[in-house]
Design a protein around this ligand. Structure first.
Ligand code: NDP
Length: 268
């Protein structure tokens, strides 16, 4: 029987995951189906149980990542430290494994883009689900320092607590220039606004990566940073492809070619 996969969330019709996974499967000549599953409010567990009667694995998107974290019988270290799950897999004994491939997808995209964060001073904006997913894989790259800022400071402090001295928390008001890399893990670009960071801080960076993605690759923040002369400005489209490739690898044991997929979905 053909293995079945899906992406669960609400809303879900907008998700690009079915197209991305269909492309991976087509290139790899793999036999699978991948569709979307709308999760009615408060119905995650029932929906996931029903799916896994036959399904092999699924991706999880807003607002179900915390529910999926609670649902999984076993969690990878990345899912544990992110506190959220974006990928579920039915294991051979029928139990459900939860992983979080968002942060590793981010690092994989940086590498794909020829960017290196080892030894760099890094500023992470935001302390929501995306920031939490990124922190552990980021620290594994041995940056010189990682500073976390968030509008709601207490949230940043809570998110940073498990990492001890390897991470410092600051406020938007305190920020001074001196960061090599700035990662926007806020949803500011979604609202077409800028995080409250002064221009000199952005202008001093060699790389600004906005986790949000835009059709033309230029989010509100990246447009601003380009105007300020930042050389390397990237949106999160490659991260979307790379996190999907890592999920595919978890399920199927083979990692799809992410360069090929980015070129397919975003032709130059
Ligand atoms: P959450 O809702 O969990 O967190 C939102 C974060 O943004 C919070 O830290 C919030 O601060 C902050 N924030 C919101 N608006 C502003 C603003 N105007 N100025 C400053 N801070 C703001 O969202 P996620 O963490 O899930 O997603 C964040 C972004 O990452 C989104 O744009 C999403 O599209 C993107 N993303 C991209 C992925 C990819 O594959 N490329 C994967 C996952 C996410 P506070 O706590 O103070 O409210």
């Amino acid at each position: 029987m053909t293995d079945r996969y899906t992406v669960m969330g609400n809303p879900i019709a907008h998700s690009m995951s079915p197209q991305i996974h269909a492309f991976f499967a087509q290139v790899l000549k793999d036999d699978l189906t991948y569709d979307t599953t709308l999760v009615p409010e408060g119905q995650f567990v029932a929906t996931a149980k029903e799916f896994f009667k036959q399904g092999s694995g699924c991706n999880i998107t807003v607002p179900c990542k915390l529910d999926a974290h609670a649902f999984a019988a076993e969690l990878t270290p990345y899912a544990k430290s992110a506190g959220a799950v974006n990928t579920l897999k039915k294991q051979e004994d029928g139990s459900i494994l939860g992983d979080n491939t968002d942060g590793r997808g981010f690092i994989a995209d940086l590498k794909r883009l020829g960017q290196n964060v080892t030894g760099k001073k890094i500023l992470v904006l935001g302390a929501g689900g995306a920031a939490q997913g990124v922190l552990r894989p980021l620290l594994e790259e041995n940056p010189a320092s990682v500073t976390l800022v968030n509008r709601t400071v207490e949230k940043a402090q809570k998110v940073a607590a498990p990492y001890g001295d390897s991470l410092s928390v600051d406020t938007y008001q305190n920020l001074k220039p001196g960061f090599d890399v700035i990662i926007n893990a806020t949803s500011s670009s979604l609202q077409k606004t800028l995080p409250a960071v002064t221009d000199d801080v952005f202008a001093g960076a060699e790389l600004v990566y906005d986790l949000m993605y835009a059709k033309d690759g230029v989010t509100t923040l990246l447009s601003h940073c380009k105007d300020l002369g930042v050389k390397n400005c990237f949106d999160g489209f490659g991260m979307l492809i790379c996190q999907a490739a890592l999920a595919y690898e978890l399920w199927r044991g083979v990692r799809p070619d992410t360069d090929q997929a980015v070129a397919h979905f975003r032709p130059q």
